[in-house]
Design a protein around this ligand. Structure first.
Ligand code: FAD
Ligand code: DLZ
Ligand code: SF4
Length: 511
């Protein structure tokens, strides 16, 4: 008799912890617990999504004749922690062992490693083979090189899974069509409607529960449109391929006011909690190319994200943890401005991205990277505070994927493990890739003074403040030579405008 624990982001019948299950004797345990729902103050919608998906998955398991114990958040005897619930279960039954698939966060993994001693029962932790690169494989690859560049990792993965390959060569002759993924938005782009899903009774119960128990958490609970079953998530994948994939490549980096979903796939929520698997998404999109339903720049662009970036990010996480969590290469020390929780700012790009995050618990990649991320990089916000925000607000956020994206990609806090240079940009980039600047209080064309776009002076001030850490980066040479040529009065205006601005955010004044 074995106890098999399934975590909230392991909702798949093929999860390794269920392999070799004996449906007659083994017990499966799934629990909604306070410790997981509050270790950061997750967005209300994220908790509702996960609890509803967990309940629907449990229903599916019960209908498939598994023996299941499901602990609801408001059960009177809920101990509030995974350990508490596992202990309760082992106090009642005489289990031979506990099986769990390796958690995707170091925090919980370290905790579970201690259970064997605490409970005096063997705890078998199995690899999470939903991922396409094992941690051992990644570590071997990483140990062999000085720089961990995604591009080379990605090529290996393409070869390994024979995706978009023509023999040993990439289809189309090029590995990467990134340069064809950067079209600015144009007027009259027709964005397909996003998925909507009327909550059923299970989801309605969960919405009520979250409303009652997580009042002080960030974000809007309603409208609630997430898929909560595998069947619904598969519909989202199909709809992406039918309606969005064709334009995904061209407009991957584009942002339009009032269009949070653009041509993205919106599958990260489902991939990360187990309702979808990466390989089935990759294969479905690859087939769309062979069936002439989507162009190569879109298909390769999508596959690069899932087979390349997603696996690479996960590899970096386990390769670098636990030290990675305390990295702060640029010694950033400012607090996260209050407006990241309210959206109350005159900077229209930030206002739009924060408001959409609050409404949807989603923002697409370039909003996370080049608007929200760019601002916290340029203003020197502490990595801990930024990580906490990103982990809390997005429904696809778990530390394995959030931390490298924040600490490595947006903050350059790892000193260049993940990105070869900081993703810093002035207002010109945001203006080129969005229409946010048209209705902004600030002028993107203005470089200094009260009405100037703050990104414009903050960009240079960031380079000046961090010169001793960044000047020797070979990819920053040209930028620093431009800075060297800058006239002294311009230099002074940048410093003075930036100091004023930074003081204002420190004092939580409206900017
Ligand atoms: P699409 O644009 O349609 O891309 C397809 C898929 O590719 C995504 O679903 C995702 O699984 C994968 N992908 C794309 N980029 C990345 C990446 N950089 N890292 C890992 N996977 C990627 N993604 C998360 O899943 N969880 C997070 O907590 C998260 N935090 C992020 C924080 C920052 C600062 C940044 C810059 C990116 C973050 N990302 C995160 C990556 C990316 O922004 C999201 O995966 C994407 O926006 C999800 O929307 P989508 O499914 O519509 O993606
Ligand atoms: C994110 C989350 C939340 C909000 N709640 C639960 C929960 O109540 N029970 C559970 O098993 N898992 C939950 N999760 C997902 C876990 O936090 C996740 O499994 C770990 O962070 C490891 O990735
Ligand atoms: Fe953002 Fe500057 Fe454009 Fe305003 S002007 S939307 S602050 S980039």
């Amino acid at each position: 008799m074995i106890l098999r624990l399934i975590l909230g982001d392991q909702l798949n019948e093929n999860i390794s912890s269920l392999r070799d299950v004996n449906k007659l004797t083994d017990n499966i345990l799934i629990c909604e617990v306070k410790s997981e729902a509050t270790y950061v103050k997750h967005h209300k919608k994220k908790i509702a999504f996960l609890f509803s998906a967990m309940r629907h998955f449990s229903k599916f398991l019960e209908e498939s004749n598994f023996k299941l114990k499901y602990v609801k958040y408001d059960d009177v005897n809920n101990s509030g922690s995974l350990f508490g619930e596992v202990k309760k279960a082992t106090d009642i039954n005489n289990y031979k062992k506990i099986i769990v698939t390796k958690p995707n966060e170091f925090r919980l993994y370290s905790e579970i490693l201690e259970w064997e001693n605490k409970l005096n029962i063997h705890v078998e932790i199995r690899d999470d083979d939903r991922f396409l690169c094992t941690t051992d494989e990644f570590n071997t690859w990483a140990n062999d090189r000085k720089q961990l560049r995604m591009e080379f990792f990605y090529r290996n993965m393409r070869r390994k899974y024979n995706i978009l390959m023509d023999g040993d060569e990439p289809i189309g002759g090029q590995w990467n069509y990134d340069s064809e993924n950067r079209k600015p938005p144009k007027n009259g782009l027709k964005i397909p409607d996003s998925y909507s899903n009327k909550p059923d009774e299970i989801t309605k119960d969960v919405i009520k529960l979250v409303d009652q128990n997580f009042k002080d958490h960030f974000g809007d609970l309603l409208p609630f449109n997430f898929a909560v079953t595998r069947q619904q998530a598969l519909i989202i994948l199909d709809e992406f391929i039918d309606k969005r994939l064709g334009m995904f490549g061209d407009f991957q980096d584009a942002m339009i006011e009032g269009e949070p979903w653009m041509f993205h796939s919106h599958i990260s929520f489902y991939l990360n909690c187990g309702l979808l698997t990466p390989l089935e998404c990759i294969k479905a999109v690859e087939s769309a190319f062979y069936d002439n339903r989507a162009p190569l720049n879109a298909v390769e662009g999508f596959i690069r994200q899932v087979l390349g970036w997603r696996e690479y990010i996960r590899g970096v996480y386990w390769y670098k943890m636990p030290e990675y969590k305390s990295e702060n290469f640029l010694e950033a020390s400012r607090k996260l401005p209050e407006f990241y929780w309210t959206g109350k700012t005159n900077m229209n790009c930030l206002k739009q991205c924060i408001t959409e995050t609050k409404e949807n618990s989603y923002a697409h990649h370039i909003q996370r990277l080049m608007v929200l991320g760019n601002f916290v990089l340029l203003t020197g916000i502490k990595p801990d505070e930024v990580n906490n925000w990103y982990l809390a607000v997005y429904s696809d956020a778990y530390e394995w994927v959030e931390l490298p994206n924040v600490t490595g990609m947006i903050l350059y806090a790892d000193g260049g493990v993940l990105a070869s240079k900081p993703y810093a940009a002035s207002g010109a980039y945001i203006n080129r890739m969005s229409n946010y600047c048209k209705s902004c209080h600030y002028k993107v064309s203005s470089k200094n003074g009260e009405d100037a776009c703050p990104f414009n002076y903050l960009y240079w001030d960031f380079l000046i403040r961090n010169e001793n850490k960044l000047r020797n980066n070979p990819r920053m040479g040209l930028i620093y030579r431009n800075l060297d040529k800058m006239k002294s009065e311009k230099f002074e205006s940048i410093r003075s405008d930036s100091n004023t601005f930074l003081k204002r955010i420190e004092n939580n004044e409206k900017v």
